[in-house]
Design a binder for this molecule. Sequence first.
Ligand SMILES: *[C@@H]1O[C@H](CO)[C@@H](O)[C@H](O)[C@H]1NC(C)=O
Ligand SMILES: *[C@@H]1O[C@H](CO)[C@@H](O)[C@H](O)[C@H]1NC(C)=O
Ligand SMILES: *[C@@H]1O[C@H](CO)[C@@H](O)[C@H](O)[C@H]1NC(C)=O
Ligand SMILES: [Cu+2]
Length: 157
Amino acid sequence: MLVLLTASTMAVSTANRGWQFENRPYSGPYHPNNQQTSNKIIVGDSYHWNFGFNYIDWAIKHGPFYVNDTLVFKYEPPTPKIFPHSVYLLPNLESFTKCDLKNAKMEGNTTQGAGEGFEFVLKTPGQPHYFACGERNGFHCLNGTMKFLVTPEFQYR
Ligand SMILES: *[C@@H]1O[C@H](CO)[C@@H](O)[C@H](O)[C@H]1NC(C)=O
Ligand SMILES: *[C@@H]1O[C@H](CO)[C@@H](O)[C@H](O)[C@H]1NC(C)=O
Ligand SMILES: *[C@@H]1O[C@H](CO)[C@@H](O)[C@H](O)[C@H]1NC(C)=O
Ligand SMILES: [Cu+2]
């Protein structure tokens, strides 16, 4: 990156060609993900994984998601001022609708969203993944709308 930037000041056309080669083809603002490669997708984009964002809407706009895509959940670790977040998988649509955490499985704990974030690689194609924040017994999920649904697709190469 630094080398490219330095080079671009000296030989603009060469550097530009380098950028085009390394960057994936641009596919529009709402579908950064429909390419033939595995991607890292930051959940919530710049809003990260926080209370009060419409993640269901976000997931619809950012689909489709493919096997081997990595979802990156970024959230601050607990401090006296910040309510922590976490990443759970809920077992079915009913628990997702109700934000019922009874049979949920914790994937990312309250500290794993720090730094580079908590990474979840999508594996099982065709299986709905019901993601939710597990904090405050479903309150973040229900009232903070910290939940979304992803069904990974096969990608054909
Ligand atoms: C996903 O990644 C694994 C490990 O790199 C690879 O073996 C597998 O073929 C990939 N699956 C798809 C559908 O790309
Ligand atoms: C969260 O998980 C990490 C990695 O497994 C572990 O090191 C850490 O102690 C856990 N934190 C909490 C609060 O459970
Ligand atoms: C949380 O959301 C539920 C369902 O939308 C609502 O009935 C309840 O009043 C909300 N609670 C708070 C404290 O906002
Ligand atoms: Cu939360």
